[in-house]
Design a protein around this ligand. Structure first.
Ligand SMILES: Cc1ncc(COP(=O)(O)O)c(C=O)c1O
Length: 419
């Protein structure tokens, strides 16, 4: 039987980009090197901290309350107070608990935010989400209730070495396409960016703050991999918070994706809207993540974990993956690696291939290497821009042996299909 569905229902009759990605990653062909996923690594020192916190909760009897009660949809008050003090200290700006919402993961939070600031507005106008730089996180793509809700600016691409390059915000685009001022309901960027590992500079961030202030729209910054936790950033940069910014944070990349806990920092009005939306859609937030976070921030343990364990772990991984590519790929492959400034991925650009990366994807899978083709990371881009089909994302989270084997397999396929 086939029911008739609403426009909202019809969105989910077909597979979505993020859904396909999650399905593929959940069902890898046997023996594959899984360089596709967004899971954090299982770092023993980090797992030991979760184990200790949860054991104490069980021993002290706190677990009964954690599993047996609904907490406020705004989030546990003490957790919001602790977060306010962490964000104040890290950004140097005064932040109050009323500026913080707890959500069931940042994906959930961005669903609310992207729909608060795009779609049909009371003045009858339709507004869009402006991505000031591409590529951008695949998970935003299908979140808007209205179709065609993205406006994107292609980046400036600069080669930074023989085999490396970096995307920059193309500031000229803001002048050459002045309609953005009328069309955009918010500006949105992830920092570090999933998929590229780009960390927009503090100066680029200031530029975006000034642009959003020009037209009184918020700047949404997604810090899922960034400051202050998990702090997977390999260059000098910092947490900046200014009026006009709404920022997302998550426990996931710290090592707790299963806890489904995220936080939003913003203005008091938008934060109250998030509390209300949360109670309508979710009733309230999951407790286990909130109570683990409470312990992390009460004890101050988070700082040492991020700076002494998690960041150095991923820094070593990115260097290993890059060095392996340089060592193991035939020099006939015309590739560049995006500067790895943060997050868990290398973003590879390969020119002069006889097939598009989407066409190569099943061949790579067959060859035993799962990556994520680049095309899905260009929401709102010109579909004729060939760059979309020349890039892919490679995760460096897995064991070194698997990373190396995967890189070798990818290299063989790329060599075969290089012109
Ligand atoms: C940039 C970015 N933002 C948000 C999320 C969502 O994370 P979560 O909902 O687990 O907090 C992810 C997950 O991969 C991500 O990469």
């Amino acid at each position: 039987m086939r029911y008739s569905y609403s426009d909202f229902g019809n969105k989910f009759l077909k597979q979505t980009g993020i859904g396909q990605l999650m399905d593929d990653l959940g069902n890898p062909p046997p023996g594959s090197c899984m360089l596709g996923g967004g899971n954090p690594a299982l770092i023993p020192e980090v797992s030991a901290v979760w184990k200790e916190i949860v054991s104490k909760q069980i021993e002290s009897g706190a677990m009964e309350k954690i599993l047996g009660s609904y907490e406020s949809p705004a989030g546990i008050r003490e957790l919001r107070e602790r977060l306010a003090s962490v964000f104040s200290e890290e950004s140097g700006s005064e932040i109050s608990p009323e500026q913080i919402a707890v959500t069931n993961g940042s994906q959930n939070a961005f669903y609310f935010l992207l729909n608060f600031f795009s779609g049909r507005f009371p003045d009858g106008r339709k507004r869009k989400i402006l991505f000031p730089i591409l590529p951008e996180y695949i998970g935003y793509t299908d979140q808007t209730l209205e179709e065609g809700s993205f406006l994107s600016f292609a980046p400036d691409i600069r080669e930074t070495g023989d085999r490396s390059y970096k995307y920059f915000i193309s500031k000229n685009k803001f002048d050459s396409y002045p309609d953005w001022k009328r069309e955009a309901g918010c500006i949105c960027v992830s920092r570090p960016t999933n998929p590229t590992g780009n960390v927009i500079t503090d100066e680029e961030l200031s530029f975006l703050i000034s642009k959003s202030a020009e037209v009184d729209i918020p700047l949404l910054v997604d810090n899922a991999y960034g400051f202050p936790f998990p702090g997977v950033v390999f260059k000098t940069a910092s947490l900046v918070h200014k009026p006009g910014m709404i920022q997302g944070f998550s426990l996931s990349k710290l090592g707790l994706p299963g806890a489904r806990t995220g936080f939003i920092l913003g203005d008091v009005e938008t934060i109250s809207m998030l509390h209300r939306a949360n109670s309508v859609i979710n009733l309230t937030n999951a407790n286990p993540g909130q109570f683990i976070a409470l312990e992390l921030f009460r004890s101050g343990l988070w700082k040492n974990l991020c700076r002494e364990v998690i960041q150095p772990f991923y820094r070593k991984k990115t260097l290993f993956a890059r060095e392996t590519i340089l060592r193991r790929w035939n020099s006939s492959i015309d590739y560049r690696i995006h500067e790895s400034e943060g997050a868990f991925f290398l973003w590879i650009w390969v020119k002069n291939l006889s097939l598009s990366v989407s066409e190569l994807y099943p061949i790579l899978k067959e060859a035993g290497a799962v990556v994520v083709p680049g095309k899905t990371f260009f929401p709102g881009a010109d579909p004729n821009w060939s760059h979309r089909e020349e890039c892919f994302r490679l995760s460096f989270v897995r064991e070194d042996k698997e990373i190396e084997e995967g890189i070798v397999r990818i290299g063989r396929v790329l060599e075969k299909f290089s012109k």
